[in-house]
Ligand binder design. Structure first.
Ligand SMILES: Cc1cc2nc3c(=O)[nH]c(=O)nc-3n(C[C@H](O)[C@H](O)[C@H](O)COP(=O)(O)O)c2cc1C
Ligand SMILES: Nc1ncnc2c1ncn2[C@@H]1O[C@H](COP(=O)(O)OP(=O)(O)OP(=O)(O)O)[C@@H](O)[C@H]1O
Length: 143
């Protein structure tokens, strides 16, 4: 049974997330998703939606077997708990694969680190990033 872990903020779900999670799921038999706690999203604007709401929406996706809000202090705590065979990084996720691989080795976790491809827009107007969706909302609803 190959267990895959994916992770992210998943603020406003869009087809880019569906692509990422679908590709991650295809890497094994079960997909577990770690949803970033708001307090840990420091590399960009924090999410709008609560931790629990973002987790609940991810958990509702067919390809996801289980989703959880991540640990507050140690991002590898859920990894030690899940003991996955693969960690699937998103195409633009700011993590360094080698750094993750070496931390996994340090913790004695035998797990591959792979990266998923990007999903490009298929038609005019398709928005495949939370930031661009929010920008569009601000543009059209700011009156
Ligand atoms: C292997 C791994 C485990 C993670 N575990 C947690 C965690 O337990 N708690 C948390 O708040 N964020 C965790 N994260 C970090 C968030 O998911 C991080 O914000 C995300 O990887 C990058 O977010 P983005 O792709 O949505 O920008 C983890 C990331 C990785 C790569
Ligand atoms: N268009 C896309 N194609 C493939 N993967 C994507 C796409 N958009 C997001 N992802 C992946 O989904 C995961 C969660 O991303 P995140 O929640 O940061 O969404 P986002 O739309 O990238 O947000 P933001 O626009 O704020 O950066 C990450 O691994 C990211 O690489």
């Amino acid at each position: 049974m190959t267990r895959v872990v994916a992770q992210g903020t998943f603020d406003i779900i869009h087809p880019g997330h569906v692509h990422y999670l679908g590709q991650a799921a295809a890497m094994g038999d079960e997909l577990h998703v770690i949803v970033a706690r708001r307090q840990n999203v420091t590399h960009k604007e924090p999410p709008i939606l609560p931790n629990r709401q973002r987790k609940d929406v991810v958990a509702a996706l067919d390809v996801v077997d289980d989703a959880r809000v991540g640990n507050e202090d140690d991002i590898f705590a859920p990894i030690e708990d899940l003991d996955p065979d693969v960690i699937a990084l998103g195409h633009d996720q700011h993590h360094d694969s080698e750094a993750i691989a070496s931390e996994l080795a340090t913790r004695g976790i035998d797990c591959a680190v792979r990266r998923v491809s990007a999903r490009e827009p298929r038609y005019d107007g398709e928005l495949l990033s939370t930031r661009t969706i929010i920008d569009r909302i601000l543009e059209t609803r700011s009156e």
